[in-house]
Ligand binder design. Structure first.
Ligand SMILES: Nc1ncnc2c1ncn2[C@@H]1O[C@H](COP(=O)(O)OP(=O)(O)OP(=O)(O)O)[C@@H](O)[C@H]1O
Ligand SMILES: [Mg+2]
Length: 447
């Protein structure tokens, strides 16, 4: 659906012709023949644009302008004026109409004006987004870019999964940008950051008086996303009640605001993200299986940064460049040792962690060359953990043992002190691991 329209004209012929034509173009259309019947519709439904004839049997069409402003404040009104009645058109624009059409008008002219009027409503709601390129040339990233290219122009629902900081939101924005909806709003809502009671108010909006603090009507994110993309972040954290309501909206594309009776229509592309495994959540009874199938037509799982080897350096250089320009600092480069360190670091916070590190380096580090030790310092490695210190030992045996100790400490921390996992990952027997932990007196209760 391109948008919801209300056509107000007293002549049955005109009403029906316009409605049919606009419906064929993909609009949802309602018609009314008088001021009274228009008021009822304006109170009970949402429209992106209203086509308003000036002459109506029960009064002046322009007297509806104020009424529309009250009930549908964002809606564009196109006034239809008689041939040569320029003074009417001027008055209409002065009183807040978006545009006018002078009779007789061509169909092209009509469609163009309506399209512009609907776009105007969408533009008013367009939030500003900071653009960022999707960097990466590892195999998984190339596959990802190809997949994005394939699905962007379709309207399929997409579910993006991956650890924190892997780029889920960035990918969602890219899909939107590359779609035919790129100029329409990208509306995001983070289900994890909102208390349960607020999620519904945010999604569905509310009418004045719906609850004690509802002093004015507020449009919900579902409504704001009309014509564009709705990004539901951390959908795994949505309550079962909100999930049920959302499912209904996805099936019918219409809903009402909290405390309201007006039917609101919205046509949006849905992209969801989660760092929880939703299939596990289904098993635990925390997530509706039917909703899962609705939202997961295409699933994109983003690999953690530590599995994207070559991308690490590409991303590091990209961020060094970006922040040097932003902070107006001279360009910096990484030594080979520094690169090795970045490649072997576990990157628990994924791209976000790498990005923050590069930003801090640009701000804090003077000089052009970034050495491994500069990075180690910022990552909070203690000097003891610094492998440089291993070279201070005279004999090989002690150096080997010290290395083993550091290695085990680091791996234990990396896998959250899950001994079984560590023994598998570093390929030694569990009993052997225990023995070494004892031998080196390593603290394994997370400290
Ligand atoms: N491939 C990439 N190229 C460039 N920047 C990236 C890339 N991936 C992630 N980023 C940047 O890293 C940061 C984290 O990405 P994003 O917010 O998209 O991750 P996320 O998966 O949504 O994280 P969370 O689960 O914590 O919400 C952002 O600043 C984003 O711009
Ligand atoms: Mg995110």
């Amino acid at each position: 659906m391109k948008g919801a329209l209300l056509v107000i004209d007293d002549e049955k012929n005109i009403r029906e012709t316009l409605a049919k034509l606009l419906e064929e173009e993909g609009y949802y259309v309602k018609t009314a023949e008088s001021i009274e019947s228009s008021k009822k519709l304006i109170q009970s439904e949402y429209f992106h644009a209203v086509l308003l004839d000036i002459w109506l049997p029960d009064g002046d069409g322009l007297s509806l302008l104020g009424y529309i402003k009250t009930y549908l404040p964002d809606t564009s009104v196109i006034v239809i004026t008689g041939h040569g009645k320029v003074e009417h058109a001027v008055r209409a624009i002065k009183e807040g109409a978006y545009d006018f059409l002078e009779k007789p008008f061509s169909m092209e002219r009509l469609l163009l004006t309506v399209d512009r009027a609907v776009q105007e409503v969408l533009r008013k709601r367009l939030p500003k987004v900071e653009e960022e390129d999707l960097i990466g040339s590892s195999k998984p990233m190339l596959e990802l870019k190809e997949l994005i290219g394939k699905i962007a122009k379709t309207n399929t629902n997409v579910l993006i999964t991956g650890e924190s900081g892997t780029g889920k939101e960035l990918v969602a924005r890219k899909i939107h940008e590359l779609s035919d909806r790129g100029n329409a709003p990208f509306i995001d809502i983070n289900c994890a950051s909102l208390p349960e009671e607020l999620i519904e108010a945010e999604l569905f909006g509310y009418e004045k008086g719906a609850f004690t603090s509802a002093f004015t009507r507020k449009q919900g994110k579902l409504e704001l996303a009309h014509g564009g993309t709705l990004f539901l972040d951390e959908i795994g954290d949505m309550s079962l009640k909100a999930q049920a309501k959302l499912l209904r909206v996805l099936e019918t594309k219409k809903f009402t605001r909290l405390g309201g009776t007006q039917t609101v229509y919205s046509e949006f592309r849905l992209i969801c993200a989660s760092n929880k495994d939703l299939r596990e959540e289904i098993k635990k009874g925390n997530f509706r299986e039917d909703l899962y199938y609705r939202i997961s037509t295409v699933v994109i799982s983003l690999p953690p940064l530590r599995e994207r080897g070559e991308d690490i350096i590409l991303l590091a250089n990209h961020f060094l460049d970006k922040f040097s320009r932003e902070y107006k600092k001279p360009a910096k480069y990484l030594t080979e040792e520094a690169k090795d360190l970045l490649m072997s670091y576990p990157w628990k916070g994924n791209v976000r962690e790498l990005k923050n590190l590069m930003e801090r380096l640009v701000i804090l580090h003077t000089g052009e060359e970034i050495k491994a030790e500069d990075i180690r310092r910022l990552l909070g490695f203690s000097p003891k953990e610094d492998y440089e210190t291993l070279f201070r030992y005279k004999d090989l045996k002690t150096a080997k043992q010290e290395f083993e100790k550091l290695f085990l400490k680091r791996k234990l921390k990396e896998y959250n002190y899950d001994l079984k996992k560590v023994s598998q990952e570093i390929n030694i027997d569990l009993s052997n691991l225990y023995r070494k932990i004892k031998q080196y007196n390593i603290n394994i209760d997370g400290g």
